[in-house]
Design a protein. Structure first.
Length: 232
């Protein structure tokens, strides 16, 4: 079993995944350097033992502190090829809401966040499955587009998955749901379907973790909505 430690960092969760190796998944946002150092100290963890920084996608609540963490840990940054522009410029790509929930969330985010974060140069760019065995983690990074075209998930052999923003808790009701931002509705559903077959626990950047049953319920609701819409 992997040891997954959830780090609640501002608006988002980041994760330490420990097996033979240790990696950090995402960075959180608006977190002071002191807070990071305290977290590492409380865990009795030398940040230089982190061998990889995996950025699940190019939204700034996932990469905001990547530059500082890269310097602190000395670890390479892995992200999707299509996240390169966001990391290099420190800016989000255009974000589109898929429903009212998304529109409300977007309004809240625009009020709360500065637009730019420190640019950083990623080291490993992927656009297909990528095996993390060389980093001491039994698992695969897989593209799971839909929330963004650059979304990646980490699927561990232990049956746990880290899914970025693909599946989240509604910030308004706390209920699990699919991402409320999407650049491709079909891809979002397909990615969630795919993950539901590959894992049974789902760690999210916002809320969670979720069980497979919760994910299957979300998918069922989405299919019902779709068939209602196509019958109208
Ligand atoms: Zn996102």
């Amino acid at each position: 079993m992997s040891k997954i430690t959830t780090l609640k960092l501002g608006f988002s969760n980041a994760f330490l995944v420990q097996e033979e190796g240790l990696i950090l998944v995402d960075t959180g946002i608006n977190v002071s350097e002191d807070k990071y150092l305290k977290i590492f100290a409380d865990l009795q963890l030398d940040p230089r033992t982190i061998s990889l920084l995996l950025i699940t996608h190019g939204h700034n609540d996932h990469f905001a502190h990547a530059k500082w963490l890269k310097e602190l840990t000395g670890a390479p940054i892995l992200c999707h090829k299509k996240a390169l522009q966001a990391l290099r410029t420190g800016q989000n790509p255009e974000i589109r809401a898929r429903n009212q929930l998304g529109r409300n969330a977007l309004r809240r985010i625009r009020l709360a966040q500065p637009k730019n974060y420190q640019p950083v140069e990623p080291d490993v760019l992927v656009d297909r499955e990528y095996d993390l065995t060389p980093y001491g983690i039994k698992g695969q990074v897989i593209p799971t587009p839909g929330h963004s075209e650059c979304s990646l998930s980490l699927v561990l052999e232990s049956g746990e998955a880290l899914v970025g923003d693909l599946i989240i808790s509604s910030p308004f009701t706390g209920r699990p749901c699919l991402a409320y931002f999407t650049d491709d509705e079909e891809a979002l559903l397909a990615s969630a379907e795919k993950l539901s077959k590959l894992a049974n626990v789902f760690y999210s950047a916002h809320g969670g973790p979720f069980t497979r049953e919760q994910v299957l319920n979300i998918l069922q609701r989405e299919h019902e909505k779709k068939s209602l819409a196509s019958n109208q």
